[in-house]
Design a protein around this ligand. Structure first.
Ligand code: MN
Length: 201
């Protein structure tokens, strides 16, 4: 089994002072981010033990745990290099990013105001994010409540199964297991394989 590891910060713990303290950065990176890395690894280990018949698990709970911790790892791994040491960051973007922000948000100030609003209004704990939407080749804002996307954010989806009732109610009534059993007969493995080929190194 491959393990996740904590990526090092691209600068020292005190590099963002006085804006973010050495203490905050140290705790955030070595305790919180590390806990997500450990949590993702622990969840994978539980799943592996269950497959070997060495443990009984609540699969739903373990997968929820895995998603929460995986996403925590992914989001923080982007968060750190999203920041630069004091004096080297801040201001406004240039280049292609500036052009895209102008195009999609009507200017940097408008983007900054709306991103700020997004961050402020996340319900409970969470994230504000700027994303590149490949469907429209444009920039979009989103919020994450907590950090549990319940899918692996940033990871390419290779195979999906819709288990909303709209996907099977007319065929098998409320018998989702039957639907799933049927579905295995129609999986396009060559498509799944070609998706993997596009993203695997
Ligand atoms: Mn955090």
């Amino acid at each position: 089994m491959k393990n996740y590891t904590l990526p090092p910060l691209p600068y020292s713990y005190k590099a963002l002072e006085p804006h973010i303290s050495e203490k905050t950065m140290t705790l955030h990176h070595t305790k919180h981010h590390q806990a997500y890395v450990n949590g993702a690894n622990a969840a994978l280990e539980k799943l592996e033990k269950a497959r070997r018949g060495e443990a009984q698990i609540d699969t739903r709970a373990v997968l929820r745990d895995f998603s929460f911790n995986y996403d925590g790892n992914v989001l923080h791994s982007i968060f750190w290099p999203n920041m630069a040491p004091t004096g080297k960051g801040g201001g406004a973007p240039g280049g292609k990013l500036a052009d895209a922000i102008n195009r999609d948000f009507g200017g940097f100030d408008k983007f900054k105001a709306q991103f700020t609003d997004a961050a402020k209004t996340v319900e409970g704990v969470g994230w504000a994010l700027l994303l590149h939407d490949p469907l429209t080749e444009s920039l979009v804002l989103t919020q994450i409540e907590k950090q549990n996307l319940m899918h692996l954010g940033g990871a390419a989806i290779l195979l999906g199964l819709d288990v909303w009732e709209h996907a099977y109610l007319y065929d098998v009534g409320p018998d989702r297991p039957k639907y799933i059993e049927n579905w295995w007969n129609v999986v396009n493995w060559s498509d799944v394989d070609s998706r993997l080929g596009k993203v695997a190194k």
